[in-house]
Design a protein around this ligand. Structure first.
Ligand code: NAD
Length: 434
């Protein structure tokens, strides 16, 4: 049973995907980009929050012939804050040229931004990524796509479909899974893949942190406005923190495993500290075990609990040693640690690579792995919420669609907290539960 029926507008942009189709596209996308050697690239930003504003600065810093021409946000106050920050930036402020008639507000702002630019930065809450990406690809715009790319399987399949269309059109798709662009991690991972720790036997990843922001509630806000402004705490908008934050750890696991998806996972989670209604319906902890066809297991832990100890770390254990991915070290028969010099800002690196690839006419397309890593998070959430073991096929083909009935400033999906053993696992009829 799907507690939130899909909206008509969303269904229009969705296409079916399958594991077989995903596997068939394991080879890199064919690059057929346009050669835009030195013309000015007009950039638009959709989602003018903390990360979007940062991404706009990264884009402007990446290439001297980039101009920010349009901003879009659900809320004018967010848009104006972002505009002020960017205009006031000593390094890039002069190239922030967003006229009042290019400041778009509301649920349909995305279309107007995309219609006005060559390159779009998608940085809203994750729920909207599939819709925004489909329109951007239709309009032939290069994309920077923040993580996660969706909050349910239906959205993830849509993004994969859009990524493939983008490849056919020669459009760049660069993912906000930024660790993949950190030089120190790239070198650590290169060594791991070259056999520095022998064969991988197990992985452990942890993203235990305190709390994040809560923006309160004003009496004049509708329920939709309240949830949109506090999107982290509503699974339909954020995917829960396993997708919104821990995806970085899961993406490193996926990267270490050569982006081969796990065959199944079993996850346990719940709300032990964030129990009040203000925390919506997300959990505050998840513990997940992923299993691969070759017997390798990954042990994954994430927690957002104020006052508990923090730990963000990733280990890959092999027959000849251990790779400490977060601290860029290898211990075992080979001992190595990253001693690189010079700047290694992963947020800047990804935009440098993005614009370079557009200029060269060899567009990067990260569509494949950003969808798989998003699905690793979603499958664990499905498992924790339902209390069931979930296979990759079940997760990938799940008809679950968390979209609201309409995008309007009124009601919003009721934030029901999942109860393992009671909350149904939403899988296609042919997918047998375990
Ligand atoms: N790569 C990273 O390390 C990293 C870091 C932080 C955030 N993020 C990701 O970036 C995204 C944004 O996070 P943030 O921290 O900037 O959140 P934020 O709340 O500060 O910003 C999101 C903005 O999007 C706007 N928005 C929401 N729905 C919209 C819609 N339909 N149309 C237009 N605007 C809409 C919101 O009003 C808000 O201003 C999230 O997906 C998050 O996971 C990535």
């Amino acid at each position: 049973m799907n507690p939130n029926p899909p909206s008509a507008s969303r269904r229009q942009v969705l296409r079916s995907g399958s594991v077989a189709a995903l596997a068939a596209a394991a080879s890199p996308f064919a690059a057929r980009g346009h050669a835009r050697s030195r013309e000015t690239l007009r950039v638009g930003l959709i989602g003018c929050g903390g990360r979007g504003t940062g991404a706009a600065k990264n884009a402007l810093s990446a290439d001297p012939d980039v101009v920010l021409v349009a901003l879009g946000d659900a809320f004018d106050d967010h848009l104006q804050n972002s505009l002020r920050t960017l205009q006031g930036d000593a390094e890039v402020g002069a190239r922030v040229q967003v006229a009042p008639d290019h400041q778009f507000v509301g649920f349909d702002a995305y279309k107007k931004v995309i219609d006005a630019c060559d390159v779009v930065l998608l940085a809203t809450s994750p729920h909207f990524r599939p819709l925004h990406m489909a329109y951007a690809v239709e309009k032939g715009v290069h994309l920077f796509v923040e993580k996660p790319v969706a909050t349910d399987a239906t959205g993830t399949r849509s993004v994969l479909e859009s990524s493939r269309k983008a490849a056919e059109k020669g459009l760049a798709v660069v993912s906000g899974l930024c660790y993949r662009y950190q030089f120190a991690k790239q070198e650590t991972m290169r060594r791991l893949h070259d056999g520095a720790i022998g064969d991988v036997v197990a992985l452990q990843c942890t993203y235990n942190t305190g709390g994040l922001w809560h923006r309160g509630r004003k009496p004049e806000w509708s329920e939709m406005e309240y949830q949109m402004r506090n999107w982290l705490y509503f699974a339909w908008l954020s995917g829960d923190h396993i997708a919104e934050q821990h995806i970085h750890s899961l993406d490193k696991v996926a990267w270490a495993m050569g982006d081969e998806p796990p065959v199944l996972c079993t996850s346990t989670g719940g709300r032990s500290a964030r129990t009040e209604a203000k925390w919506g319906n997300v959990y505050d902890h998840f513990q997940t075990v992923y299993e691969w066809a070759n017997g390798v297991r990954a042990f994954s832990s994430c927690r957002q609990i104020v006052g508990a100890s923090s730990d963000v770390s990733d280990f890959t254990f092999g027959t000849k040693g251990v790779a400490e991915l977060q601290s860029h070290r290898i211990r075992g028969e080979e001992r190595w640690r990253w001693r690189g010099e010079g700047p290694d800002d992963m947020y800047q690196n990804e935009h440098d690579a993005f614009f370079k690839s557009i200029r060269k006419g060899e567009p990067i397309n990260n569509g494949e792995y950003m969808c798989k890593s998003t699905m690793m998070a979603i499958m664990a959430r499905m498992s924790a919420y339902s209390g069931k073991t979930v296979t990759w096929e079940q997760a990938w083909n799940s008809p679950e669609d968390l979209s609201p009935a309409a995008y309007a400033w009124g009601d919003a999906p009721e934030p029901r907290v999942a109860v393992p053993g009671v909350t149904p696992l939403v899988i296609a009829e042919s997918g047998a539960g375990q």
